[in-house]
Design a binder for this molecule. Structure first.
Ligand SMILES: Nc1ncnc2c1ncn2[C@@H]1O[C@H](COP(=O)(O)OP(=O)(O)OP(=O)(O)O)[C@@H](O)[C@H]1O
Length: 320
């Protein structure tokens, strides 16, 4: 389990993360969502001990990353796939990481096979496609067979087959009881992958919820109802306090803030015949846009003034 409590990060005058608290349970895929610049990477970097929080704590299994004796066996991370030296072969890169992390050499073959790169293990990194490099980054994350995985935008650059592959991989890792935190700025990517989502905007928590609850309670959910006598139905629903509007074309009514059972119950009470009674759920993308509408600016001033720290590459500095 990952626990983030009151996490705050100021880069000079820019507050990238602002009092953020959430938990990431084991045995599930948790999507970490937010518009560009929301603070996802900064948060992940702090969880991984690559950046020091201005305030607050981030713990993995109750401990800070820097307190792990063998961090690669505890946490695997994918942060920046451009960080791998281009002249190294895929295998040599992983062998070097395994050596640095005190891991048995056998883990290199196991990780290459887990990501389907066994056949290209002897190719130089510069000869690998973007998708293959992304897989190599994931192989590096899996090297220590860790219980926790932190993946920053892992589907970037993958083709549809690659996207499906990584979804299956993440679901499999969670099913084995691991903790999986995966960031994205696209809600649609998470819909079929994540069990839960943590949504942030401008460094602050917007929502922490199961993916099902998100659409159930998301703004825009409504009931579509139709029958041979819509006008009296509209009057009855309006009297009951629901917001009612005509669907485009006028063939049905759209009732906001109501459950189908309430609409059906009212219609039955007044003897109004119904031909259609459907719960319309907003798409996850709709919910996400709605939640983050006010948070799409990339940063905001914490103390005024320009950022003083330069944005650094995460090159070669994963969980190793
Ligand atoms: N080292 C740094 N120095 C100065 N500002 C930084 C640094 N790292 C991040 N920031 C700023 O903090 C804010 C949050 O950035 P961060 O990369 O964490 O967001 P993100 O949600 O990961 O965005 P994206 O989806 O675009 O990667 C941004 O305004 C960014 O410019």
């Amino acid at each position: 389990m990952i626990e983030v409590a009151g996490l705050t990060k100021d880069y000079g005058g820019t507050r990238a993360v602002d009092g953020l608290s959430f938990t990431v349970p084991a045995g599930a895929v948790t999507g970490f969502l937010g518009p560009n610049g929301a603070g996802k990477s900064s948060t992940m970097r702090m969880i991984l001990g690559l950046d020091r929080p201005t305030r607050g704590t981030a713990r993995i299994g109750g401990r800070r990353y820097r307190d792990f004796a063998a961090p690669m066996r505890e946490v695997g991370a994918l942060l920046d796939t451009e960080a791998v030296p281009p002249g190294m072969t895929a295998r040599a890169h992983l062998e070097w990481l395994a050596l640095a992390g005190g891991l048995p050499k056998g883990r290199v073959r196991a990780s290459l096979d887990a990501v389907g790169l066994g056949a290209v293990a002897r190719r130089k990194v510069r000869q690998l496609s973007l998708g293959m490099r992304q897989r190599l980054g994931i192989a590096a994350a899996l090297l220590g067979d860790p219980g926790t995985l932190i993946l920053d935008e892992p589907v970037n650059g993958l083709d549809p087959e690659g996207v499906r592959w990584i979804r299956t991989l993440m679901r499999g890792l969670a099913a084995e009881g691991r903790t999986v935190l995966v960031s994205s700025h696209l809600m649609s990517e998470m819909a079929e992958t994540a069990d839960r989502v943590v949504v942030i905007g401008r460094g602050r928590l917007i929502a922490e919820t199961g993916i099902d609850e998100l659409t159930r309670h998301g703004a825009g959910g409504r009931v579509r109802v139709a029958g041979p006598t819509p006008a009296p139905l509209a009057a009855v629903l309006g009297d009951a306090g629901f917001a009612v509007e005509w669907a485009p074309g006028g063939a049905a009514l759209l009732v906001s803030g109501a459950e189908p059972a309430e609409v059906g119950g009212l219609a039955a009470h007044y003897g109004i015949t119904l031909h259609e009674l459907v719960q319309e759920r907003p798409s996850l993308e709709d919910v996400f846009m709605d939640l983050t509408r006010d948070s799409t600016e990339h940063a905001f001033a914490a103390t005024g003034g320009a950022p003083s720290e330069q944005r650094q590459s995460t090159a070669g500095r994963g969980p190793r």
